[in-house]
Design a protein around this ligand. Structure first.
Ligand code: PGA
Length: 245
């Protein structure tokens, strides 16, 4: 059985004052699911302390190298030093803002695996790609390109995040989510075999809220969510975690 995962991505939001939300979340936590928060790098160390081992923490990106002359970047070793155990890779905002293509994401994912971090690898189609009927092909290409051969059930989570659903309030239909998640499971099985593929958690992300979480979590092959905006408030993220069980 795959353990459910509620993952929060704070993106470029949050200063020390917002750690009170994490304290509230931790104090009220009653779930069998794994819970993860990925704050900006500036907060990772302090958030890990507040999380107190009850929720996992992680970063929103890493560099492929262990150290060196890479101004502004952080390494997997630094993430671990700050208490992080996960790293989000290939988020569509990084693919767009920083020109990160799947080959870069694959190299970073391999680095994360080597460092002992769990990689949350994000893929997603644009609205134009969906309207052109290319969704499954685009996602299969991103999945194949972004995952290295070091992928296992324990070191990798895949997040399906339609670009057009992120931060927009728009959500695919439940049938659309199911079609994608079933197809991703099949792609993973083809490449890695059933044992690894059956253990890899598939998250849905894009405008997940307390009001739609339960119905999304009831879709087969949805093992949790990657949540942006609604992960910033303990009340909202707590409700989403509750919907997960
Ligand atoms: P959102 O973001 O929940 O604010 O739509 C999701 C994400 O980008 O991970």
């Amino acid at each position: 059985m795959r353990k459910k995962l509620a993952a929060g991505n704070w993106k470029m939001n949050g200063t020390a004052a917002q750690l009170a939300e994490v304290k509230t979340l931790v104090d009220g936590l009653a779930t069998t699911a794994d819970v993860l928060l990925c704050p900006p790098a500036t907060l990772l160390d302090r958030m890990s302390t507040v999380a107190d081992g009850k929720i996992a923490t992680g970063a929103q990106d890493c560099h492929v190298a262990a150290s060196g002359a890479h101004t502004g970047d952080i390494s997997c070793g630094m993430i671990k030093d700050a208490g992080g155990t996960y790293v989000i890779l290939g988020h569509s905002e990084r693919r767009e803002d920083c020109g990160e293509h799947s080959d870069v994401v694959r190299a970073k994912t391999r680095t994360a695996h080597g460092a002992g971090l769990v990689a949350v690898v994000c893929i997603g189609e644009t609205l134009a790609e969906r309207e052109a009927g290319q969704t499954l092909d685009i996602l299969a290409g991103q999945l194949a390109g972004s995952l290295p051969d070091t992928t296992t059930a324990g070191n990798t989570v895949v997040a399906y995040e339609p670009v057009w659903a992120i931060g927009t309030g728009k959500v695919p239909t439940l049938d659309q989510i199911q079609e994608v998640h079933d197809s991703l499971r099949a792609e993973l099985t083809n490449r890695f075999g059933a044992e690894i593929a059956d253990g890899i958690r598939l998250l849905y992300g894009g405008s997940v809220k307390p009001s739609n979480a339960s119905e999304i979590f009831a879709v087969s092959n949805v093992d949790g969510a990657l949540v942006g905006g609604a992960s910033l408030k303990a009340a909202d993220f707590g409700a989403i975690i509750k919907a997960l069980g």
